[in-house]
Design a binder for this molecule. Structure first.
Ligand SMILES: NC(=O)c1ccc[n+]([C@@H]2O[C@H](COP(=O)([O-])OP(=O)(O)OC[C@H]3O[C@@H](n4cnc5c(N)ncnc54)[C@H](OP(=O)(O)O)[C@@H]3O)[C@@H](O)[C@H]2O)c1
Length: 299
């Protein structure tokens, strides 16, 4: 029978561990993990994400700070705020909510965050550490880190002998996911928009990870029977069956048909989604432990 991988449950156990680690750190060193989130402009989806991050940080016992800046903020002013947060000893994690309004050079903003406070794991130092196999001293991008925890619930930590296919090669997800799978000894294929015979390549996968942004692209006959399918896509599509003008979220995998073939599969919503915010909190507590000279918890 197909196992449904419940991201909410796995995320809840990660959060419980973070709360305990946060309490322990405060009792031992008097340090409360601090997370600062910067949001620029009025995008409602971004505000919803940032609100959820702030609530979760408080729930974890962190010092949670939000900086809400107007759309017309300049690059210089944003860089100044990041520099202040870099220098603030009470803040261990700095996150700039993406996407930034179009007039910003996002890459320059991300690279201005101190690597040890880069809880989104997007700084080149953190990406480079992952690429060179150092999983101990950097911070790993949250969605791939969370997806790996879901893979681990099925296959354990050592993926020796397993073929993994990742569809998507973004810096945010596909590349770091490929690196994590490789580090765990999987044989990894990175597929993308120029890949020939994508369906055939997917059918070789014991672990199939889809991060494309195309609703229900991965069909049942792309899935090797018994494979583990991790669906990272979040796509909002019309749902006339729910009423006029209504929408629903679907992944990059045609869930109903693929789950009949897969051995294990993540649903959308309730799969990878809840893991992203949990791993953001994990990175913040790890950063705080390191700053206090303590050994951080492992996730
Ligand atoms: N659950 C979460 O918390 C979470 C977090 C991050 C992202 N996501 C979701 O994950 C999805 C991907 O995000 P992203 O930031 O990685 O997106 P992205 O930067 O747009 O990258 C998409 C990737 O998909 C590839 N692609 C596009 N069309 C394709 C096709 N027809 N066949 C094969 N590959 C194709 C692209 O290939 P090329 O490089 O060749 O263009 C690219 O590498 C989105 O739905 C996003 O909403 C979810």
């Amino acid at each position: 029978m197909t196992q449904i991988i419940n991201g909410k449950d796995v995320a809840a156990s990660v959060i419980a561990k973070i709360k305990a680690a946060s309490d322990t750190l405060e009792a031992k060193s008097g340090v409360k993990p601090g997370l600062a989130v910067i949001i620029v402009g009025d995008d409602p989806a971004s505000h919803a994400y940032v609100g959820a991050k702030g609530r979760m940080a408080k729930e974890c016992g962190f010092n949670s700070v939000q900086h809400t800046l107007p759309e017309e903020t300049t690059q210089e002013d944003l860089l100044k705020l990041v520099a202040e947060l870099n220098a603030d000893a009470s803040i261990h994690g700095v996150l700039v909510q993406l996407p930034l309004p179009r007039h910003f050079d996002s890459e320059a903003v991300i690279q201005s965050i101190l690597p040890e406070k880069d809880v989104d794991g997007l700084h080149v130092v953190n990406a480079g550490k992952l690429a060179t196999g150092d999983l101990e001293t950097g911070l790993i991008s949250c969605t791939p880190a969370g997806s790996m925890l879901l893979v681990r619930t099925i296959h354990g930590a050592d993926l020796s002998g397993l073929n993994a296919v990742v569809i998507g090669r973004s810096n945010l997800f596909g590349k770091p996911m490929g690196q994590l799978l490789l580090n765990a000894n999987a044989t990894v294929t990175m597929a993308h928009s120029r890949t020939k015979d994508l369906a055939g390549i997917c059918r070789t996968a014991d672990i199939l990870v889809a991060a494309v942004g195309r609703p229900e692209m991965v069909k049942a006959d792309w899935v090797k029977p018994g494979a583990t399918v991790i669906d990272v896509g979040i796509n909002r599509v019309p749902a006339p069956e729910k009423g006029e003008g209504k929408t629903k979220l679907v992944g990059d995998v045609a869930y109903a048909e693929a789950s009949a073939v897969a051995g294990a599969i993540t649903p959308v919503p309730g799969g990878v989604g809840p893991m992203t915010i949990a791993m953001l909190m994990a990175n913040t507590v790890i950063a705080a432990y390191r700053k206090a000279g303590e050994t951080p918890p492992a996730f």
